[in-house]
Design a protein around this ligand. Structure first.
Ligand SMILES: NC(=O)c1ccc[n+]([C@@H]2O[C@H](COP(=O)([O-])OP(=O)(O)OC[C@H]3O[C@@H](n4cnc5c(N)ncnc54)[C@H](O)[C@@H]3O)[C@@H](O)[C@H]2O)c1
Length: 413
């Protein structure tokens, strides 16, 4: 605990270890200390001599008061700083369903461990903005969203006995994106980034992990659906998260050749074309759902058709602007995210394309260990995702159609 020392100073020694030099973790931590108007002294340090060697440092922090020290230690936790003298994590019992106790520890998406009965255990089902529930009997710790808390759950509070492993950028690490942490810009050579994404997708497949596509309706409007179909047929997509719009316009295209009433081959708006997507939704609703439409031989092409044929696990999450919606859309948003949580298991790579809503929602539930690429024509969407904490995401500012065309070319040629 933080205690006033004789000279009424508030001190704590923290330890950092890993690739703290090449990941720039050490300078970030020292900068944070100075920004809080605290002081530091590097009590001891060892710097790895070869790129693969890890380093460590023990830093003595001296703050002007207890509140500053506490705030600072909270800020340092996501960078992997842990107090030298460790104790078990502190907990409190949840007293109402659906609420954390006050002072609950709020998670990041970075690999996290908690100390229970002197042992460090890794938190399972990790995602950001949740709490941690301890199962002492099973010696397990689970990340839990607020609404799933039950009265009597033992919830971690404060920051003691919590250890976070920041993302490290190691030199020549094949497991990290070459373009990781690169800032979002529309002025970067896209070819290299597309090649890196294709390589990451191949690696993910090779590791036996799954690839998740999060997609918006611009994929259909821009005529890029066939690129996605090719990726599904080639085994490059195992999970799809989208909304009513992507599925609706995809089915509209399959049934009528238009997307939002615009003929995709002729590029012209069709008479009464604005009704096409409603007629498409109505057709599917009459048949009971997308799978039934495929079974009945009504739906014979498109992304949703390929998803059914190739057993792609799909979540269509609803929104308040949806027409219809299609019977497959989960309109209870809490239930939709729960289904997304079920399907994130085994995902090693996530490609987010032209949807802000579903990309941010997906970014929120993925651990930082899952590499992500976010593609959008608007830099603000890509930046927003990184700002929300999905720092493992690389952003590409471009139109979705040429991007997907280039990606398919990289994957197959
Ligand atoms: N008729 C309907 O039922 C209907 C229609 C539209 C949206 N919706 C639903 O509303 C919700 C939000 O919709 P959303 O995901 O479209 O909106 P969104 O605002 O979340 O995202 C759209 C994104 O696509 C990007 N974009 C547009 N054109 C692009 C292009 N050519 N290349 C690359 N990026 C491009 C935009 O910049 C934006 O960031 C979803 O759940 C969707 O299903 C329903």
């Amino acid at each position: 605990m933080i205690q006033a020392k004789k000279e009424s100073k508030f001190k704590e020694t923290v330890r950092l270890e890993g690739h703290i030099i090449d990941s720039l973790i050490l300078p970030k931590v020292l900068d944070l200390i100075l920004r809080e108007e605290a002081k530091f002294r590097i009590a001891s340090i060892q710097i790895g001599e070869r790129p693969a060697d890890p380093s460590w440092a023990e830093i003595e922090i001296e703050a002007p008061n207890a509140e500053t020290l506490e705030r600072l230690l909270q800020k340092l936790t996501p960078h992997g700083a842990i107090p030298l003298l460790q104790s078990d994590c502190e907990t409190a019992t949840a007293d109402i369903d659906g609420c954390f106790p006050d002072n609950f520890y709020s998670t990041t998406n970075l690999t996290t461990e908690v100390r229970v009965a002197g042992e460090w255990i890794e938190v399972r089902e990790l995602e950001m903005d949740c709490g941690i529930v301890i199962d002492r009997q099973g010696m397990q710790a689970y990340c839990r969203p607020m609404h799933r808390i039950k009265t009597g759950d033992e919830v971690v509070t404060g920051r003691l006995g919590v250890r976070v492993h920041p993302l490290e950028r190691k030199v020549d690490d094949p497991a990290s994106f070459k373009f990781m942490n690169s800032s979002v810009s529309s002025e970067k050579p896209k070819g290299i980034t597309v090649r890196d994404i294709a390589e990451a997708m191949r690696e993910t497949r090779h590791e036996g992990k799954r690839i998740l596509l999060v997609g918006g309706p611009a994929i259909i409007h821009t005529g890029a659906a066939e690129h996605v179909c090719r990726m599904i047929r080639g085994g490059y997509i195992q999970v799809l998260f989208a909304g009513n719009a992507l599925a609706t316009h995809d089915i509209e295209q399959a049934l009528m050749g238009t997307s939002l009433g615009v003929h995709l081959e002729k590029g012209v708006p069709m008479d009464e074309g604005h009704e096409h997507h409603l007629r498409a939704i109505n057709r599917i609703r009459r048949l009971g759902g997308i799978r039934q439409a495929v079974d009945a031989g009504v739906l014979k092409s498109g992304i949703m058709y390929e998803c059914i044929r190739h057993h792609v696990d799909t979540v269509l999450a609803g929104s308040i602007r949806d027409d219809g919606p299609l019977p497959d859309v989960i309109t209870d948003c809490v239930a939709a995210v729960e289904r997304m949580r079920d399907l994130r298991e085994g995902v090693g790579f996530c490609l987010m394309v032209a949807t802000m809503l579903h990309s941010v929602a997906t970014g929120n539930i993925l651990p930082a260990s899952v590499r992500c690429a976010c593609v959008d024509i608007n830099p603000a969407t890509v930046t927003k995702l990184a700002d929300r904490g999905t720092s493992q995401s690389v952003g590409i500012v471009t139109d979705v159609e040429p991007f997907l065309r280039a990606l398919v070319h990289e994957l197959y040629c």
